[in-house]
Design a binder for this molecule. Structure first.
Ligand code: SF4
Length: 180
């Protein structure tokens, strides 16, 4: 039987969702028998490949790179899972929306810090091309499944993967939502 071409992606998040994935512990060995890990922060792949079967995406869309990469992922992937609360609703990453335009967040996070650290000529505008408002993934592309939690615990990740890898639809259990 062909292995599932599996990916995980880290957009604007803290990596905590990926750390929770590692809490799958010895089940990762079982998982490795069923999947081919074609892209992930856990491996050193540089390009997101074509024909990915299943991808978990951590983090929200906060900058132009996130936005365009997510569009590319959608085109190349059969099933996308919004992985964790930042992906689902913006969560911590979207706190900067409270300050309005991104320039204010850049000023607070970089300019003031540079001043405090006596680096007055630090060019904080070169750090990232932020989009105006942090968005959850489903506001940019169609998402197939949502896995909430900050982070989702390993048992929930395992349940979802077991179902999807065996071609089943995860049941709605309050925490697992299928889109459409
Ligand atoms: S949902 Fe929580 S653990 Fe996951 S990236 Fe966001 S802040 Fe980190």
């Amino acid at each position: 039987m062909d292995k599932i071409r599996f990916a995980t992606v880290w957009l604007a998040g803290c990596s905590g969702c990926h750390m929770s994935f590692l809490d799958l512990d010895e089940w990762l060995i079982t998982l490795s028998e069923k999947i081919e890990l074609v892209y992930s922060p856990f491996v050193d792949t540089k390009e997101y490949p074509d024909d990915v079967d299943l991808c978990l995406i951590e983090g929200a869309v906060a900058n132009e790179e996130n936005y365009h990469f997510l569009k590319e992922i959608r085109k190349k992937t059969k099933t996308l899972v919004s992985f964790g609360d930042c992906a689902l609703n913006g969560n911590v990453t979207a706190l900067r929306n409270l300050h309005g335009k991104p320039e204010k967040a850049l000023e607070l996070s970089y300019k003031q810090l540079a001043t405090l650290n006596n680096i007055p000529d630090f060019n904080y505008k070169s750090v990232a091309r932020l989009i105006d408002k942090v968005k959850p993934l489903h506001e940019v592309v169609k998402i197939d499944y949502f896995l909430p939690g900050c982070p989702p615990d390993a048992e929930k990740i395992k349940y979802l993967l077991e179902k999807l890898l065996s071609g089943e639809v995860p049941e709605l259990q309050g925490n697992y939502l299928k889109n459409g």
